[in-house]
Design a binder for this molecule. Structure first.
Ligand code: UDP
Ligand code: MG
Length: 329
């Protein structure tokens, strides 16, 4: 079992790879890092190629000859960063697990500081890009995203979506991610009861290529946020949400219908063209629908929840057990 598994999700980052691995390996050789471990330090680097078409997996394949710590998981097509991280988490066998972006924006030498923090008694340490080197069009939405997430979850970290994170393996292996939920890993980890800390990390501008996330991330982020809120509050009790909403709607609809029935039956008023009649009917139907949704949810949670599906083209240098785990996904 290696002391540390480094997971690198990458999508068309060919130009960055040589420098990334040089710096990462240099960071892994630091004595201060080794001193954090009682046993002799060892590591593995799990490169998760998320369907690159620029020759990234081929280059990694060649590098494996001279770097036995390297492993490669190569997806059939681009499944997104969340899927890439999930594959890495499944394959990681280290005592600790760390993730780092491939685009040289994250500093591998910060891993040591984060591990040190982790060993103070935390389960997940997230990086904080305190001085962020990104265009304003990225920094501004991200500030709002972090503010909203902080407000709704009560988790007091500044930077939920930093590529640099360090985990105890029992944390990373337990994360069930889908959509683009990598943005909300601290929220899900906190919900599972893990202790979370944050340390400032250096950040660099992107050196090669472009950001892999366009403006569609806003919508994906919003929907994932709603899912995360729902998951962390109602995952095992959907009826508490839908049942309550359904009940409120149904009872309101029932009272309204009762009222117009009185008008019709006792006062002999015509009710066929009264808006409130339609409101009453609408609320009754909506109530039943919400209630049924809750019931379906209750039935559904009895079956196993699955994470983001992915298909793997090939794996290199992985143990049999890890391969089986990945294939059975
Ligand atoms: N990435 C990935 N799959 C994707 C998009 C991104 O594996 O579909 C990787 C990407 O190669 C990089 C990391 O995730 O290593 C962060 O992506 P990027 O730098 O584009 O995000 P940004 O820094 O702009 O938020
Ligand atoms: Mg980046």
């Amino acid at each position: 079992m290696p002391s540390l598994s480094v997971i690198v999700p990458l999508f068309n980052e060919l130009e960055s790879l040589p420098e990334l691995l040089d710096r990462l390996y240099a960071a892994m050789r630091e004595k201060e890092l080794h001193d954090l471990f009682e046993k002799p330090f060892s590591f593995e680097v799990i490169m998760v190629d998320d369907g690159s078409t620029d020759g990234s997996p081929e280059m990694i394949g060649n590098l494996i000859q001279e770097k036995p710590e390297l492993r490669l998981i190569s997806f059939q097509r681009n499944f997104g960063k969340t899927a890439a991280l999930s594959a890495g988490f499944m394959a990681a066998s280290g005592e600790y697990v760390c993730t780092i972006d491939a685009d040289l924006q994250d500093d591998p030498f910060a891993i040591r500081t984060m591990l040190k923090k982790l060993q103070e008694g935390y389960d997940l340490v997230s990086g904080w890009k305190q001085e962020r080197r990104d265009p304003f069009s990225k920094i501004f939405p991200s500030k709002i995203f972090n503010l909203v997430t902080r407000l709704f979850t009560g988790i007091t970290i500044h930077d939920f979506n930093c590529g640099l994170k360090v985990y105890r393996r029992n944390v990373s292996s337990r994360l069930e991610l889908h959509g683009e939920m990598h943005r909300y890993i601290p929220v899900l980890a906190d919900w599972m009861g893990f202790r979370i800390a944050e340390v400032p990390v250096p950040h660099s501008a992107r050196k090669f290529g472009n950001s892999k996330f366009g403006s569609s991330r806003f919508f994906a982020g919003l929907f994932d946020f709603l899912s995360v809120l729902f998951i962390t509050r109602y995952l095992r009790r959907p009826m508490h949400f839908f049942g309550m909403a359904g009940l409120v709607s149904f009872v309101s609809g029932f009272l309204i219908s009762l009222y117009v029935t009185f008008d019709k039956v006792l006062l002999h008023k015509p009710i066929g063209n009264r808006p409130i009649l339609f409101l009453g009917i609408l609320l009754l139907i909506l109530g039943v629908q919400l209630f049924s949704t809750g019931l379906l949810g209750e039935l559904f949670i009895t079956s196993m929840a699955k994470g983001t599906p992915f298909a793997i083209r090939e794996t290199r240098n992985l143990g049999e057990t890890q391969k089986k785990l990945l294939e059975n996904r």
